[in-house]
Design a protein around this ligand. Structure first.
Ligand code: SAH
Length: 367
């Protein structure tokens, strides 16, 4: 038996795949073929890779493997939203959500097991943190969903957009997230355009600049408050990277391309950040940033301390922004009955921060 661990080709970015074949003494075009088998056709072994000769297939079987995480749960909501719980090799579980809409299908992908940021309104934050996902575990979510969904009657893929808006802070797992996004963009793999891959961040300012230089996908920023005092409370990362510097990074991100805008996400919390005055403050703040605003009605989860703003309040908030010339949409709440809505993803993680324990204890005493 071979004693050396086999290389899992599953999560290799296009460049790493080329390096792998060159190190084997093979031609770089083999990388494109294998990428296409794994990601385009959904292969998880070498046997069916018919345009690769038998000798090379045998060599590959000896030194490499194609291993994806297991599906632990596959649920469909009344509105067609679908959620997969994936079990990773170490026993942790992460969640991925597919949101079908008229003319497009969006897959919401996780980047970490849990999250370190501890935003006060987010279920993932309350769960604590275990570790970063590797590139294979990130792209596996696209692979699994793609295989499970199949194709539409015209033979087209159902996933037309990917948003890095699942569990975790993608910019705190930079290299693995970029490797996975390179696969999403590669024509041999998923062939999505940069416009259709969106990374959402709570505002890791230096990494926003790095992203512009390495993988210039669409950017969304979880703003949630119009000033530092309130944002410090809701998004503790704001204490390290306050709003002014964050917005400067956003302006740099879209500079030089008149069509690009940053999406600002704003969760609507009753009585906390949803007043007309706060809408005006937000409009002033974003007046000189090419932006669109996504209002997200708060989704409750066990132990959450907030209440969703009511419809009239959300509409009024939206109208203030629209009247100030900001493109604004209210995000539809999808998949609530299977806990698949924004901020409800919790997976099943082994928390290393003990935060979930503290939050559970708080929950027990308040019941
Ligand atoms: N860490 C990244 C990626 C997570 S994206 C980020 O912060 O952007 C998930 C989005 O859902 C973020 O905008 C997040 O702020 C929002 N969200 C989190 N909890 C929520 C909740 N309970 N209800 C509605 N939106 C929530």
């Amino acid at each position: 038996m071979a004693t050396e661990a086999k290389t899992n080709l599953f999560g290799l970015a296009p460049s790493a795949m080329r390096d792998f074949f060159v190190e084997m003494g093979e031609k770089p075009f083999r990388a494109a073929q294998v990428l296409q088998w794994i990601h385009h056709y959904g292969a998880d072994n070498f046997d069916g890779m018919t345009n690769i000769g038998r000798t090379l297939r045998q060599r590959l079987t000896d030194v490499a493997e194609v291993v994806a995480p297991q599906i632990a749960l596959d649920q469909e909501a009344a509105d067609g939203t679908r959620k997969w719980l994936l079990r990773l090799a170490d026993g942790n579980c992460i969640e991925t959500v597919f949101i079908p809409e008229e003319g497009r299908g969006t897959l919401c992908v996780s980047s970490q097991v849990g999250c370190t940021l501890n935003c006060s309104f987010c279920a993932t934050g309350h769960q604590g943190f275990n570790r970063n996902l590797d590139a294979g575990e990130i792209i596996a979510q696209v692979w699994v969903a793609n295989r499970a969904l199949g194709r539409d009657p015209r033979g087209e893929r159902l996933i037309t957009n990917v948003v890095m808006m699942g569990m975790g802070e993608p910019l705190l797992n930079f290299d693995n997230v970029v490797a996975a996004m390179q696969l999403m963009l590669d024509d041999m793999a998923y062939g999505l355009s940069k416009r259709r891959v969106t990374l959402s961040t709570a505002g890791v300012v230096p990494a926003i600049d790095r992203l512009r230089e390495t993988c210039h996908v669409s950017l969304a920023v979880s703003l949630h408050a119009p000033n530092d005092a309130l944002r410090n409370e809701l998004v503790p990362l704001n204490r390290k990277y306050p709003i002014a510097g964050l917005l400067d990074a956003c302006r740099r991100y879209v500079a030089g391309d008149g069509r690009r805008r940053v999406t600002f996400e704003y969760v609507m919390l009753a009585g906390v950040n949803d007043s007309v005055q706060q809408a005006r403050e937000l409009a002033r703040l974003l007046a000189d940033v090419p932006s669109k605003v996504n209002l997200i009605p708060f989704n409750p989860f066990p132990a959450s301390a907030y209440v969703r703003s009511d419809r009239a309040t959300i509409d009024r908030f939206r109208d203030v922004l629209m009247n100030a010339g900001l493109m604004t949409v209210t995000r539809k709440t999808r998949g609530e009955d299977i806990d698949a809505a924004c901020g409800q993803l919790a997976g099943r993680i082994e928390d290393r921060t003990r935060r979930s324990l503290r939050s559970r204890q708080g929950n027990v005493s308040s019941r």
